[in-house]
Design a binder for this molecule. Structure first.
Ligand code: AMP
Length: 205
């Protein structure tokens, strides 16, 4: 079993979504993180689910660290009441710092920004760049089509390995954090052909 998480990076919509259930779920995740003493790392916005999540962590007395670019801050997107707001130059720097500050990643409902961030975390996991746990907070079965697509990817041999070892998928924060703590993680190489890169194999295993 992995050590308990100290800080989790959460990716989620900068919009609130069409239904109030998404905001309720963001609040529940924030409360759960704060009650468990797990710090939040996120994109630093005060808008949408991102803002609701951070407000919920702060209201419970938890730690919320935002990482935002100068450009987004100047556009007025940043949350100004966070425990700490780190301002960086580029989106690449931003994602790297968010990952560095966290020991796990959760994606909850969001748009293409959220998906891009989740898939970077998963890609780095399958390459052995990190061994941090990844979770999908599947509120209202929002991500059911994505999970089906990942299974297709696996069946069609574009994704190797056990998805359930790399990504926890649950519909409540408690179940998700518990499943993330028990993930086995990526193992073996991501390619279907023979031993293409021995040093990478050592990194992953
Ligand atoms: P989206 O899911 O397309 O709304 O994008 C949300 C993700 O992209 C978040 O996890 C953020 O890291 C990033 N992002 C998008 N919009 C903003 C914003 N206004 N301020 C900060 N980060 C944002």
């Amino acid at each position: 079993m992995k050590a308990l998480h100290q800080r989790i990076c959460v990716y989620c919509g900068s919009n609130p979504g069409a239904r109030p259930q998404y905001a309720t779920a963001a609040k529940a995740l924030g409360q759960t993180l704060a009650k468990k003493g797990i710090g939040l790392v996120y994109g630093g916005s005060g808008k949408g689910l991102m803002g609701i999540l951070a407000d919920s962590v702060l209201a419970e007395g938890g730690e919320a660290i935002g990482v935002i670019t100068h450009q987004l801050k100047e556009l007025g997107a940043s949350h100004e009441g966070l425990t700490e707001l780190k301002v960086v130059e580029t989106m690449h720097e931003r994602k790297a710092l968010m990952a560095e500050l966290s020991d796990g990643f959760i994606a909850m409902p969001g748009g293409i920004g959220t998906l891009e961030e989740l898939f970077e975390a998963l890609t780095w996991s399958q390459l052995g760049i990190h061994k941090k746990s990844c979770g999908l907070y599947n509120v209202e079965a929002y991500y059911a089509p994505l999970v089906t697509f990942l299974e297709t990817m696996q069946a069609e041999k574009f994704f190797k390995g056990e998805l359930s070892h790399m990504l926890a998928v649950e519909s409540t924060p408690e179940a998700l954090l518990d499943a993330m703590a028990h993930l086995k993680g990526a193992s073996g190489l991501k390619w279907f052909d023979e031993e293409p890169c021995l040093h990478l194999k050592e990194t992953i295993q």
